[in-house]
Design a protein around this ligand. Sequence first.
Ligand code: F6R
Length: 245
Amino acid sequence: MSRVEVFVDAAGVARAAADAFEALLRERGKDGAVLGLATGSTPLPLYRELVRRHREEGLPFAHATSFNLDEYWPIAPDHPRSFARFMDEHLFDHLDLPAARRHIPSGLTPVPGLAAACQDYEAAIAAAGGIDLQVLGIGVNGHIGFNEPGALPGSRTRMVELDDSTRARARGDFGGEEVPARAVTMGLATILEARRILVLATGPDKAAAVAAAIDGPATTALPASWLQQHPDVTWLLDAPAAAAR
Ligand code: F6R
């Protein structure tokens, strides 16, 4: 069952999501929470709030482990638009989460070794005990991670082709440079194994995808609609993102 909470603005969404992270981190303590993380503009206010709570209130990440959803392919980790760099800039450089326990799919693994690297990523999640709390954004086309329309609910970590619409939206971020045509992403089945999922959506351009994902049928045409089959999903929406329901 999906719960839906609507806030007046993105700051409300960020605070509610940060509360869920804080509760988990404090409850797990030294046993170490396993966090599933996303990139993109939507989680930025959440990451700012987590950094603030770490700095000002001592919220500890020292025992946590993290797994990011996805990475462009091919891309070097120090490329300004890589998700590895994004995470360093916006979160990891400001927390005490040990580097050895931060995981992001590699954007540089050559194709011959890629399937094995993807299996290793799945194995690392399992070895950490599975993801306790996964944060997701949603694409305007309903993608989660880089599981674009057509992705199967049983999909696992793998290389995917990005939708033209996804690449077009990323074009501004990449300046004049070409947006990678492919990515490595956790699969829908990988995401659906997280014990708890928070989907964050803000702004009017997400409203149609949000309404269809929550209220429409579960369909491969809209990857986020498979979240209906998860037992513990909370949608945290600002009013514009909730407006089409
Ligand atoms: C990011 C990711 C994507 C984004 C989605 C929304 O790791 O996997 O699914 O969550 O594209 O992006 P923003 O938040 O930039 O609108």
